[in-house]
Design a protein around this ligand. Structure first.
Ligand SMILES: Cc1cc2nc3c(=O)[nH]c(=O)nc-3n(C[C@H](O)[C@H](O)[C@H](O)COP(=O)(O)O)c2cc1C
Length: 217
């Protein structure tokens, strides 16, 4: 199956994205992705699981308790003054939301980070919350689905679910930063993954230097 694998956009187009956040470690990847996304023109439907709020709180050692506070926290720590992207905060449990229906058109659904539980649910075709429903709609409408799992080690259930999701047209982008760009900070590691996600969305976000032949000398 090749649907959803072509680049979506040229650099002048505005991205319409569903951004789901599931309960896996890796809040830094979300934080760096959102930092850049807020500076890009477009529209984002933001769906956040309760488990992810808890994990974000622990990983950033902060006191947030809902999606709005999470977003405000990022705007605050990154001192973001100009927001270009229109964020819609969606209720995780609202399976009657507009984005629960394929009649509403968006370009891509990203789950960042993605837990093994959400991977399993999407692969099983369960649609018990808005993240799972949007992922399901994205596959059935042949749109781009990007899942950023974070777990280690994997068991065979995880591996099987991810292989089947790839076969169904999804893209598995593991939270597995490269080190050949000589990252110096945790933000650099976050930017590497965020940048690779933007690449899959057809956007050159220039978050890390491109590999050049002469770097290998
Ligand atoms: C501190 C903490 C870290 C976790 N890290 C991971 C993880 O890296 N990967 C994962 O698959 N699950 C992880 N979990 C477990 C999930 O949060 C749990 O399975 C949850 O039910 C996922 O629900 P959701 O996908 O609907 O958010 C973690 C849980 C906690 C409390």
């Amino acid at each position: 199956m090749t649907n959803g694998r072509q680049l979506l956009k040229n650099s002048n187009d505005e991205l319409k994205l569903v951004l789901g956040v599931a309960g896996a470690s890796g809040s830094i990847y979300l934080a760096r992705f959102v930092k850049k996304l807020l500076s890009l023109k477009g529209e984002t439907h933001f769906v956040v699981s309760p488990a992810s709020i808890r994990i974000f709180r622990e990983e950033f050692n902060c006191k947030i308790s809902n999606p709005k506070e999470l977003l405000d926290y990022l705007i605050d720590i990154y001192k973001i003054e100009t927001i270009q992207n229109k964020f819609h905060l969606k209720n995780f449990n609202d399976i009657g939301s507009d984005i629960a229906s394929g009649s509403n058109i968006w370009d891509a659904t990203l789950v960042l980070p993605c837990s093994m539980k959400t991977i399993a649910s999407i692969n099983a075709g369960l649609t018990e919350n808005l993240i799972e429903r949007c992922a399901d709609v994205t596959l059935k409408e042949r749109r781009r689905l990007i899942l950023v799992p974070r777990e280690t080690p994997f068991n065979q259930i995880h591996l099987r679910n991810m292989l089947e999701l790839d076969r169904a047209g999804g893209i598995i982008l593991p939270a597995s930063p490269g080190f050949y760009q000589m990252p110096k900070t945790i933000d650099d590691l976050g930017d590497f993954i965020a940048g690779r996600i933007f690449n899959l969305l057809g956007i050159d976000a220039a978050l890390f230097p491109k590999w050049l032949d002469d770097q290998s000398q």
